[in-house]
Each structure stands twice: as structure tokens, then as C-alpha cells.
Design a protein around this ligand. Structure first.
Ligand code: IPM
Ligand code: MG
Length: 367
């Protein structure tokens, strides 16, 4: 079926809404350049998703789009959503009708969100200068297909007395916790060998189960140091001493919240890629930031998160480590040259547009 490492080198390209298409265009230029110069044999298959698909076909995830994803080895995803579709019933809106079903359909249970402070961009971080100066490099490993996002029952009900009540269910099965914990342990092993489980074990039963499973598994990874933090405390500690953390393992909702907090302290959410992966090599790769409708169509968005997402795709889904590293080095190189999109600009650096940043990165691939 989807056997990437060998024959299938088709990448589904789903640009979506807002700034999605413009940042995706730059990522595609980078991929096409590498495809040509290194004869990678990649095929890009474009498909509509999100609000763009609602406008064209009346649904956020048309069957045709799903079919294209199914016959590809990975999905390069832009972003979905925007004010135009906010008047739709929630279950028809792009986020709940396209992104969540894609995650569930492909069992993309492991969401990897690196949050790294580039020394050149420390000025853009809201952290105090002396804290930012220490730098940090954290990987959030977020469970993505379970927990309160998907648990049943879910809905708004009317009680017998006519009062309404709303229900979301936080449920985790052992196997769901085990598989994501293995991903986190392996990631920690390849990094600085420290894993922090973020939970709310002082209140939630599900967190108790997470703790006991992580404790049990830790005996298989004796080289990895494990500790536990309540999520409220974690929200504090990651801004007080971010350099102390390596891998943060989180259930779905906690990971959603903490990964935005970490993105903010890196200085710009426009820099951060993410990978959502299934067992095997299939994955969906997307920028951590959203569709940013307020700046869409102005050619001022930062395309780096999308470009680095393409690098993660090459590395994880296609096993093209060398080419992935090439993209990352090209991004480092343009930052060193002082090129900055508006979100990361400061006095003394050169302000560039989204497409100029893309061009500079394409050129830097040759360095
Ligand atoms: C994210 C987003 C999504 C989530 C939304 C758009 C459904 O916030 O990927 O972090 O909550 O998972
Ligand atoms: Mg989020």
C-alpha cells in the first residue's frame, strides 16, 4: 500500500486557506528544486482542503482529496480555516471537518512539534533577555488521535428540566498511551535523553494511567531520564527554565496548549514545522501556526515553517535525511545572512517578503 521508502514518491500537497497557499508555494519551489538537482523522482499531487474545498465542492475534505492522500506517501499540509467559514455549524468548519478527520483516518497519533530558539531570533522572543540568551530546544510529543478531542459521548444535550448540558469525554486506552510513549522515549533517546510526562495526575484518572504506563515502559529505556509534571506547573516551568526540557510527552489537549506556548517563546510561530505520523512512514506535515487570515494574500507571511515541514517530510516519510538536512541548512544560512520576514524583523536586518524568503532559501540550497 503506502510503502514510501521504496516505490511511492507521491506527495499530496494540500495548501488550504489563508496564508496556506502562499507559504506552500515557497515550500513547493524548494521541493521542486531539490527534485530536479538531486533527481529524487518525487511527484506532487495537488488537492483542495478546508474552506477552499467547501467553496468549490461544499465539503472541507472531499472524497477526491482523501483518495489523493491515500495514494500518496505523505501529506504536505498548509493550514485551514478562517472567518469566512466560521458561520457554518462547528462540525462542518474546516478544522473539525478536514483536519481532525485526516488525523483520525490515517491514524496520525504521534504529533511531533519541535520548538527551538534560533540564537539569531532571540530578540523576537517574549522571554526576558537573560533567559532567552540561554536558548532552548524542546520537542513536544503530543498524542493526536485520542483523549478529549475524540472521546464519546460528545455533544450538547437537553436535560429533563430543559436545561442544556455539554459533554466532552476524556478517554485513553492503554495501547494508545503505550504507542505514543514509545515514540517519545525513542525521540528522547536520539536527543538529550530526558523525557517529561505532562499530566494532571492529581485530578484525572486518565493521567494516573499515563503515569503508570510511562513508569513501566521506562524500564525498557534505562538510558532516558524520566520525570513528571502537572500541566499547570509545566506551563510555568517551560517559561522559567525552558533549557531544562528535552522531550515533553503530552496527551492531546495538554499538547495543543503547551505547544502554542512554546511556539510563542521561540519568537515566531512562523518558524515552526510539525509532523503528525502514523505507524510506518506515512505522515502529515504542517506549520505549527494557523491560516492567519489577517495577513493572507499580502506576501508577508513567513514561509519557513512550511519549508521546514517539507524537510521533516523528506526525512521521516521518504528517508531522505541528506536532503532534509540540506533544507534546514539553507534556512539557517538565510537567517545568518540577515534576511527576515516581518514577524521576525528587527533593526539592522533585511525585511523580505514571503516569496523573497522562498527565493533566498532556494538559492541557499546550492551553497
Ligand atoms: C493544532 C490546532 C488544531 C488542534 C485545531 C485547528 C483543531 O490548534 O493543530 O494545534 O487543536 O489540534
Ligand atoms: Mg493548537
Amino acid at each position: 500500500m503506502r510503502n514510501c521508502m521504496s516505490l511511492n514518491k507521491t506527495i499530496a500537497v494540500l495548501a488550504g486557506d489563508g496564508i496556506g497557499p502562499e507559504v506552500m508555494h515557497q515550500a513547493v519551489r524548494v521541493l521542486e528544486k531539490l527534485n530536479q538537482s538531486e533527481k529524487l523522482g518525487l511527484t506532487l499531487a495537488y488537492a483542495d482542503v478546508g474552506g477552499a474545498a467547501i467553496d468549490k465542492y461544499g465539503e472541507a475534505l472531499p472524497r477526491k482529496t482523501l483518495e489523493i492522500c491515500q495514494t500518496s506517501c505523505a501529506i504536505l499540509f498548509g493550514s485551514v480555516g478562517g472567518p469566512k467559514w466560521e458561520c457554518l455549524p462547528p462540525e462542518k468548519q474546516p478544522e473539525r471537518a478536514a483536519l481532525l478527520p485526516l488525523r483520525k483516518h490515517f491514524q496520525l497519533y504521534a504529533n511531533l512539534r519541535p520548538a527551538k530558539l534560533y540564537p539569531e531570533l532571540a530578540h523576537a522572543s517574549p522571554l526576558r533577555t537573560d533567559l532567552a540568551a540561554k536558548g532552548f530546544d524542546i520537542l513536544v510529543v503530543r498524542e493526536l488521535t485520542g483523549g478529549i478531542y475524540f472521546g464519546q459521548p460528545k455533544g450538547i444535550y437537553t436535560c429533563e428540566n430543559g436545561e442544556k448540558k455539554a459533554v466532552d469525554t476524556l478517554v485513553y486506552h492503554e495501547h494508545e498511551i503505550e504507542r505514543i510513549s514509545h515514540v517519545a522515549f525513542r525521540a528522547a533517546r536520539a536527543r538529550r535523553k530526558k523525557l517529561t510526562l505532562v499530566d494532571k495526575a492529581n485530578v484525572l484518572e486518565s493521567s494516573q494511567l499515563w503515569r503508570s504506563i510511562v513508569r513501566t515502559l521506562s524500564t525498557q529505556y534505562t538510558d532516558v531520564m524520566v520525570d513528571f509534571l502537572y500541566v499547570d506547573n509545566a506551563a510555568m516551568q517551560v517559561i522559567r527554565r525552558p533549557w531544562d526540557f528535552d522531550v515533553l510527552l503530552c496527551e492531546n489537549l495538554f499538547g495543543d496548549i503547551l505547544s502554542d506556548e512554546l511556539a510563542a517563546i521561540t519568537g515566531s510561530i512562523g518558524m515552526l514545522p510539525s509532523a503528525s505520523i502514523a505507524d510506518g512512514s506515512f505522515g502529515l506535515y504542517e506549520p505549527a501556526g494557523g491560516s492567519a487570515p489577517d495577513i493572507a494574500g499580502k506576501d508577508i507571511a513567513n514561509p519557513i515553517a512550511q519549508i521546514l515541514s517539507a524537510a521533516m517530510l523528506l526525512r521521516h516519510s521518504l528517508g531522505l535525511e541528506e536532503q532534509a538536512a540540506k533544507i534546514e541548512l539553507a534556512v539557517d544560512a538565510v537567517l545568518k545572512l540577515g534576511l527576515r520576514t516581518a514577524d521576525i524583523w528587527q533593526e539592522g536586518t533585511q525585511l523580505v517578503t514571503c516569496s523573497q524568503m522562498g527565493s533566498a532559501i532556494v538559492d541557499a540550497l546550492e551553497l
